[in-house]
Design a protein around this ligand. Sequence first.
Ligand code: FES
Length: 312
Amino acid sequence: MPRFITLVVARVLADGPGIRRLTLRDPDGWKLPKIRPGAHLDLQVPGLGARAYSLCGDPAAGDCWEVAVKLEAASRGGSAWVHGLAEGAIVEAAMPRCTFPLEPAATRHVMIAGGIGVTPFLAMAPVLQRLGVDWVLHVLHRGPAPCPAALMPWIEAGRAICHETGAAPRPDLAALLGPYTEGLQAYCCGPALMLDAFAEATRHWPAGRARIEHFTPPPLPFDPSARPYTIRLASSGAEAELAAGDNLLAALRKLGAKVDASCEGGICGACEVRWLEGEPVHRDRVLSPERRRTHLMACVAQCASDRLLVDL
Ligand code: FES
């Protein structure tokens, strides 16, 4: 279950085209819990629920967290709410989660960002620099660069390279990445078409060497093999029958289980549930193969056996 935290908006800055950067602090000035680079924060948007935003400040800053949010015309309302926040506003958030971590064993990190997808890399950059490893950040953007104040030192240091795709042809991601070599770790965060191109460019790489952070859940394909099953809560023994394709998260909540959720599309990690018996069908983009042996993401998971027992 997530732990919630109350934060105050300590500072609001314009930070690139349509982007606001918020500095969040504890209202009483306490230190905030340590975050991992690549982590995101689920802000609780009144009337809309949780909305996930990458933390983009230096994780070494113990007294504040930062998010940079672009006002999206096609958003579900979260970015408009963030843009309406003024300094002094109080917000609620779940504790940060990291589903897009740095690979500690890597000796070279190549990061590719599309527009506001630069945010998780802004938190990774100072960490990689302190580690003294080799890294480069490619930022593809149309028009002015996102988060210029935070990017500029890395551009000047030769670590970040901006590619203005309105002025020059869109670079080939495979060329930016280069061939896979031992110790290389690649990351991509950006719009869906860029993520697809990145996945294609790294298709033959060893498993886990190319990581993707989604902004929005990709469409969930219809599963022709979905079947009915019984869900059972281990704590109370409460059961429900699910028809083929029924939403497991909704069924768990109907049984009285408290399960957090944010993206409701298998990408954020909010609805993770431990399973005990059965044969879950995992359709998320966030759990590792190891983690799937014990956990599932309730917003997208199905079940291939008659019964699924969960640790709730
Ligand atoms: S709510 Fe985001 S993974 Fe389920």
